[in-house]
Design a protein around this ligand. Structure first.
Ligand code: PRP
Ligand code: URA
Length: 209
């Protein structure tokens, strides 16, 4: 079974088309990434376990179900993953946020680590990594390695667009994680960019370059 779930909801597909268009400006790009993250978080949390607690309505006592948001950590891969954090927090407001700083060496395309800061109890949490692009898969593999080294067992990744070679690479090393995506493209160009993709997610989010 594949580690990837492609989300085909019409609103997600519609919003991804807006993101892919080169005519979408940074301000709109940021807003749409947040909207997509909200909709994706709904799907990513679909199988979260529920527990029953006792409450009192204005009419009577009852047992009712809750998801404990305290068991989740959102971990954006800097920089571009930051764009999805606020959207996930809208759905899971009690989640803690850790950060992994990685950038791709433009020549070797391998990830370089420059920051790692996690909540103290990270090993007890379900981690949702936010990483808009899975190109070679190197960044996701490196982030998952770092988290597993800290004892994290349950890892889900939210992407906007993945490429087949990247997914194959991640699957070979980490077959136990789940990746959710809206777009699933076939290939990379000679500079390691997803084709057709949406360009450089970090630059488009933050208006750099
Ligand atoms: C980009 C993107 C991913 C990574 C994906 O990061 O945001 O983190 O490349 O590529 P991979 O699957 O081949 O590892 P970039 O180096 O551009 O850093 P940025 O997020 O700071 O812009
Ligand atoms: N990083 C991006 O932002 N876009 C790509 O297509 C590949 C890596």
């Amino acid at each position: 079974m594949s580690i990837v779930t492609q989300l085909d909801h019409p609103m997600l597909q519609h919003k991804l088309t807006l993101l892919r268009s080169k005519d979408t400006c940074s301000k709109d790009f940021r807003n749409i990434v947040k909207e997509i993250a909200i909709l994706m978080a709904y799907e990513v949390t679909r199988n979260f376990p529920l527990e029953e607690i006792e409450i009192e309505t204005p009419i009577a006592k009852m047992k009712s179900k809750i998801v404990s948001g305290k068991t989740v950590a959102i971990v954006p891969i800097l920089r571009a993953g930051l764009g999805m954090v606020d959207g996930v927090l809208e759905v899971i407001p009690a989640a803690k946020v850790g950060h992994v700083g990685l950038y791709r060496n433009e020549e070797t395309l391998t990830p370089v680590e420059y920051y790692f800061k996690m909540p103290k109890d990270i090993e007890q949490r379900t981690v949702i990594i936010t990483e808009p692009m899975c190109a070679t898969g190197g960044s996701i593999i490196a982030a998952v390695n770092l988290l597993k080294n800290r004892g994290v067992k349950n890892i889900k990744v939210m992407c906007l667009v993945v490429a087949e070679p990247g997914i194959k690479a991640v699957e070979a090393v980490h077959p136990d994680i789940e990746i959710f995506t809206v777009g699933y493209d076939k290939e990379l160009n000679e500079r390691g960019y997803i084709t057709p993709g949406l360009g450089d997610a970090g630059d488009r989010l933050f208006g750099t370059k």
